[in-house]
Design a binder for this molecule. Sequence first.
Ligand code: CP
Ligand code: NVA
Length: 301
Amino acid sequence: MVKDFICLLDYSSEEILGFLDFADELKREHKEGTARPLLAGKVLAMIFEKPSLRTRLTFQIGMFQLGGFGVLIDTRLGERESVPDVARNLERWADGIMARTYRHSDLLTLAEHAVVPVINALTDKLHPCQILADSQTLREHLGPDFGSMKLAFVGDGNNVFNSWLSFAARLPLNVTLVCPPGYECDPEILARARETAKGCIEITHDLEAGLKDADAVYTDVWASMGQEDEAAERERAFAPYQVNARVMAMARPGALFMHCLPAHRGSEVTDDVIDAPTSVVFDQAENRLHAQKAVLATLMR
Ligand code: CP
Ligand code: NVA
């Protein structure tokens, strides 16, 4: 297994399923009160260049529950010293590094220069921890057969969608991006996913076509962190793609609603959809804890 958790494409199907099974096991143990201190005495250095609620809390709580400790560093990488020097310092004190960065290349540089595992906590390109928790949530609600499911992602072909593509490269989930023209996903990740995907990967601008037979409808903010300057332009482009009751009705009856959160209620999703009984957004948030503990306990043990 590779040292770092940067992109799901770095893992085999078996390894990804291994993370999901381990996450289920850790969740069960946590609920039964039989959790094991698998990382007793270990330290995770947690770098945040961008805001966070879920990622920050679930990594910190996760390390505590595993018997270790998470240290937070809010900084802009490369400003005070070089990124390789940050890595060379942190590896002397910490057993693992988790980073949320603007530039994906900064995360790769950290991984290259640190002997300890580096975990991707979101970059402008990818958000693999989110997709691990989300696929755990999909299995809980729809069963283990990803090949029988279609996930329609309505919105920006961003870091979250790119990670769904990486997932679909390894497991047979059918994935469709429904986006306005000009907001498609990373072409290189799309090409790599299509090389090995067993499910169907589609990109469309047509809501009806993209949502047809969808078992889960996923959306994310229209302007990601770092794209605040484009917010007005994006509001205009994405307005027809708001996930509301009319759009949910284009999917299979009873389709799940998913969102990585934070949600901008009234923009990409309406209250009635996110608050509906078919919405699993807080299950996704809960599973961030268990999925990431599986990653931590696998890489840092
Ligand atoms: N979904 C997610 O990563 O949330 P935060 O930005 O709050 O960490
Ligand atoms: N695409 C969003 C995800 C937030 C969890 C962002 O990058 O801001």
